[in-house]
Design a protein around this ligand. Sequence first.
Ligand code: SF4
Length: 365
Amino acid sequence: MRFDLDRVFIENEFRDAPISRRVLNALDSRVAVQYVADGREAAKPDRRQADPFAAGKRRLILMRRRAPFLMACPAGSAQFACCGYLVLTLASNCPMDCSYCFLQEYVADNPGFQIYANYADALDEIDALIRKAPGRHFRVGTGELADSLAFDRLTGLSLDLVDYFSRQRNAVLELKTKTDEIDNLLTADPKGQVLVSWTLSPPAVFASSEHRSAPPAARMEAARRLADAGYGVAFHLDPMIAYPEAERDYAELLDRLFATVNASKIRFISVGGLRMTPGLRRAARRRFPADPMLTGEEVLSPDGRYRTFTALRGRLFDSVSKRIRSQAPGVAVYLCMESAAMSERIFGTRPPDPAKMGEILARGG
Ligand code: SF4
């Protein structure tokens, strides 16, 4: 996949860094490159643009991350069924533009597409974590504030990450993506320590809401190829959107998935409903006024997010979990950002605590 950029900014201290050289070598020569003392300035919104958030996606900034790289998943709390995921923030923002994306609110004040050139420090943080808890298994993902692979063609970052994680015994990497950008991964040997996961939506949601992403069939085909190459693969039916034909469309999507990817190679499928803070909902509806997927009936939940009516989303969760159980009984399924009560209603049991869940998924079931 190719994404258009208007300009690349590189902080002076990374002028000769290997990642800068890789980006400059792979970059279209028509894209202007500018060296700056502090990339944070370039990340700020350009208010002269009609859509400063969209404009930020077209400004790539290679810069230092000045905060820790590793943190607990923001979705994790005592309130929600949770998978114990650790987030490794190697980039911020994304060249795709999904109408429901929480980044529209979360990085509205810093929409420039930042890639952190001091990512070796991130690997040091993981080393320190593993040293502190040598008996535990960690699942570390890079796809929270950015798509993990969207610009891999330029940065080659996935190769450094696979090399690092392939040497670990108690940490697995999860790369999360809506692309089919897998060329670099196909050249590396993950030694069982790298999982690649895709958000999957029915074609109707893809066409309406997931702008510039790879079509669902291309994502499944990329998964099949990576599974054959020794990567773990997983899928996120998240956010599920309750539009009128949703039950039928998600069932067909799962049929297509199991016809493409051998179920025995799928580590897990996560399931979650569309949820939006009032600020995100306003931003999304302003930017995508014609998207029917954003106009469903929702209620404000106790956590301050709008969600589809409980009965309606529970019915959707129930239908996909039954479909998965009937076609792929060995595949682990869990709910993301839903209450333990919802988990109990769908699966008949309360979820394990987050740390235990993280270990189960890190070990692969
Ligand atoms: S692919 Fe993910 S990060 Fe990128 S715009 Fe869509 S939801 Fe946001």
